[in-house]
Design a protein around this ligand. Sequence first.
Ligand code: PEP
Ligand code: MN
Length: 261
Amino acid sequence: MSKTYVPNRKADEVVIFAGPCSVESAEQFDTVAEGLSKMGLSWIRGGAFKPRTSPYSFQGLGLEGVKIMEDAGKRYGLKTITEVVDTTHVVEVLEHVDGIQIGTRNMANFELLKVIGKATEGSHQPVLFKRGMAATIDEWLSAVEYITQFGNPNVMLCERGIRTFENATRFTLDIAAVPVVHQRSMYPICVDVSHPAGQTALVGDLAKAAIAAGADALMIEVHPDPKTAKSDASQQLTIPQFEELLDELRQVAAAVGKKVV
Ligand code: PEP
Ligand code: MN
């Protein structure tokens, strides 16, 4: 039986989850954390357990990466969010970070969703729930209840692009998902603009469009030196590029009566 919970949706804020695709070293992550904290943001993202398409690609630093995030988050006053891919890691990862992310490849991994729902039942730690790249909005809104059925209302949906016949972008960003989710669900919606873009040059315009469409949050990949990144090198912004974009995002947010946090 499905139940309705009231999530923490703040109608006047756009939360930014910026940070590197992968946590690569303490130095790399600290550099981004320092930059984001100087910009007045409240969260940092980073991947430690990476769900890579090829087993021969960088798989992430695992728990060591999670601890690097925790340490930098404490020193720079930022909340941390990272992806969990395996049921056996959930409880331990939640001890070190503020929020967890479920990636597109695990939207329909219902056993993982149940474990996360149970593990966050008492703590109400935020869970960012990405849309499967081949899932309809209905399937996504149904799957989210595997998490919320245990009583954590602090869930945010995340549109991150879907597979279509179009190949000019890495994935097709379904911007209409933003108003549709607002129409059909009580959960806030984040838009990950980096993974659909697939290239740095498109990230800014997608981010502005997402805020204008009513997104409650954005996810943007930022790396101190994107060309050397161990994953998603082509789509990450440098810190100065991100800072410049943030100024524009603040203006778009103000135009729709919101502030960027
Ligand atoms: C990520 O955000 O690090 C990620 C792997 O994204 P997605 O699950 O959307 O591919
Ligand atoms: Mn990435």
